[in-house]
Structures are given as C-alpha cells and as structure tokens.
Design a protein around this ligand. Structure first.
Ligand SMILES: Nc1nc2c(ncn2[C@@H]2O[C@H](COP(=O)(O)OP(=O)(O)OP(=O)(O)O)[C@@H](O)[C@H]2O)c(=O)[nH]1
Ligand SMILES: [Zn+2]
Length: 301
C-alpha cells in the first residue's frame, strides 16, 4: 500500500502524487460510494497502483474542506482584495475572513491594484494594512509602483503549502496567478472571459506545482451568502475579540449592549477598529435574520 495526495480528479480517475513527486492514476474503491464518501483533490489517501491501474483504499482524516473549489487540506487561502476597481470593501474582506475561519482555513490577505492609487489613497491603504496585520493576519500590500518584489514575498509565504486563491470578481485573481505561474495562462479581464465562457464548463480543480507550492488552478468562491453557524460563535472568528473577551463582565457576552463589555471598551480605546466592529454587527444581524438552513458551507468534514 502506498500513500499520496490527490492532485487531480477526472471522470472517476484520481491522479495521486507520492513523496518522490511521481504521479500515479487510480480509481476509488466502490465502498466509498456506498458510504457517501468521495475522495477530493487535496486528500491524502492510501492506495495500490500498478501501471496506472489501481484503487484508493482509504482517505485520511481531513484538516478542512472547501466546497468551491472542492478541495481538502488547504494550508492557506489567499484572499485577493482590490483597493480600487472595485473599491475596497472592508465588509467583504471580513466576510471572507469569517467564512474561512469557520472552515478552519488559514487566510492570507493580498491587496491588488495599489498602482491605481493616489499617494493619499496609498497612505490610507497602509492604514488598512496595519489594521489587519495588528490582528495577526498575514497581509501583503504591494508598493505603489507595483514592483515584482511582492511576488517574492507571496512566493515565500506559499512555500511548501497547498493554496487556493479567492476574491471578488475583478479583484485580480487570474492576473496574480499568471504572475506566479505564467504557464497557467489564465484569462484575465471581463471581455476575454466572456468570450471563452462555456468552453471549460466541466473543468475540474487541479493542484499545480508552482515553485514549491501546490496551487489550485480554480479560484474559490468569493461571496458567502450564508453564515452556517449559531450567532454565538460569530465572535470566535474575530481574533481581536477573542483576545479580550475573557474580560467581559458576563460570560456569553455578545458584545452588543451588555455592560462591562471588554470588546466595546477596546473599541472606544481604538484597539479594535470601528470597521471590524461594524462588520461584526452586520454579520450578527444577518445571521439573526437568516432562516435556518441545512448544511451548505465548508464545515462538512
Ligand atoms: N492596474 C492594475 N490592474 C490590475 C491588477 N490586477 C488585475 N488588474 C486588472 O483588473 C482586471 C481584472 O483582473 P482579473 O485577474 O481578470 O480578475 P479576477 O479576480 O480573476 O476576476 P474574475 O475572473 O471575474 O473573478 C483585469 O483587467 C486586470 O488586468 C493590478 O494589480 N493593477
Ligand atoms: Zn463583550
């Protein structure tokens, strides 16, 4: 029996990379279908294979799973966030951070289009950068003239990891992926994508070796309509709230109108950013107003 990682799945076949780097093709054991299990790209599996004929016998327990793209055991999700065209929306970034935290996927924030900013806008962008750095998120802001040094920084962050890129439409995901790996040849810009739409409808996600990283060639879904967890858990996904909430007067404090709330005190002192608190409250209201749903998100492990 051998062990490896699935890097591609295509019409019932799985390409598995073993530690030597070699890739072998197998099918999955029929048992999996019966038990409702399905091997995913990113899965570590035990398998037998000879001359590209073989079977997957066992799927190792997963660290995490994303639904779009369908991929398991992601080390880092790069949230590609435009500072302009479209304008930066803190609420949208925070939404992705919360969704990833709920899915137990580590985020990396990568800002794009800094070259489109005026100097004063760039200064504002550095303030945004510092806000997220201070919380503890790995965050990269390219210089205003967009030199390639930033790709170096991103490359070194991704070294040895399995990464997926996500972000709003037009944020620059394809552009960034092409910079990291020109051989990906992803189409960029609305027009060229619209022209080729439909050609790749059945495309599956593949993990591509880029330098020393494995990168999903299909960007992740950008907007999460549903927060699929109880509202009491929301604050768990705001690290800066977690850092102070043990000082709230009441256990189970929701950090809204309770007296003696340490989160609100930090907000008053400026240690917690107003924009982050606004996101918390907006998501709180959203979850409260949501109809209960069955599992739809990324925590179906
Ligand atoms: N000036 C500037 N333009 C950029 C940058 N990154 C991307 N763009 C442009 O922004 C547009 C959208 O970029 P894409 O890479 O296609 O964006 P995407 O996130 O892949 O978009 P979707 O496929 O719609 O999700 C293209 O016209 C790019 O050329 C950047 O850093 N600076
Ligand atoms: Zn509180």
């Amino acid at each position: 029996m051998k062990t490896g990682r699935i890097i591609r799945s295509l019409s019932g076949y799985y390409d598995i990379q073993i530690s030597s780097g070699e890739v072998q093709r197998t099918r999955a054991r029929g048992e999996f279908r019966k038990s409702g299990q399905k091997p995913l790209v990113g899965d570590f599996v035990d398998f037998e294979s000879e001359n590209d004929e073989g079977l997957i016998w066992k799927i190792h327990p997963r660290e995490n799973v994303l639904v779009r793209p369908p991929i398991a055991n992601i080390d880092v999700a790069v949230i590609v966030t435009a500072l302009k065209e479209p304008d930066f929306a803190p609420n949208l970034l925070d939404r992705q951070l919360v969704a990833l935290a709920a899915a137990r996927v580590t985020p990396l924030i990568y800002f794009t289009k800094s070259d489109l900013l005026t100097e004063s806008e760039y200064i504002h962008a550095t303030e945004v950068l510092n806000r997220y750095l201070k919380i503890g998120y790995t965050t990269i802001l390219p210089s205003i003239n967009n030199t390639n040094n930033n790709f170096f920084e991103l490359r070194s962050e991704l070294r040895g990891k399995v990464a997926v890129f996500m972000g709003q439409t037009g944020a620059g995901k394809s552009t960034l992926l092409n910079h990291l790996s020109p051989e990906l040849g992803l189409e960029t810009g609305v027009v060229s994508k619209a022209l080729s739409r439909g050609k790749h409808t059945t495309r599956q996600v593949t993990l591509i070796q880029v330098d020393d990283a494995l990168i999903a060639d299909t960007p992740g879904f950008s907007s999460y309509e549903v927060f699929d967890f109880p509202v009491e858990q929301l604050a768990d996904y705001f690290p800066e709230f977690v850092a102070v909430r043990q000082n709230c007067r009441f256990r189970g404090c929701l950090h809204l109108n309770e007296p003696g709330c340490a989160v609100k005190e930090s907000l008053t002192l400026g240690a917690i950013a107003q924009s982050r608190y606004n996101s918390y409250k907006a998501f709180y209201d959203l979850i409260k107003s949501q109809k209960p749903r069955y599992k739809t998100d990324n925590r179906n492990i």
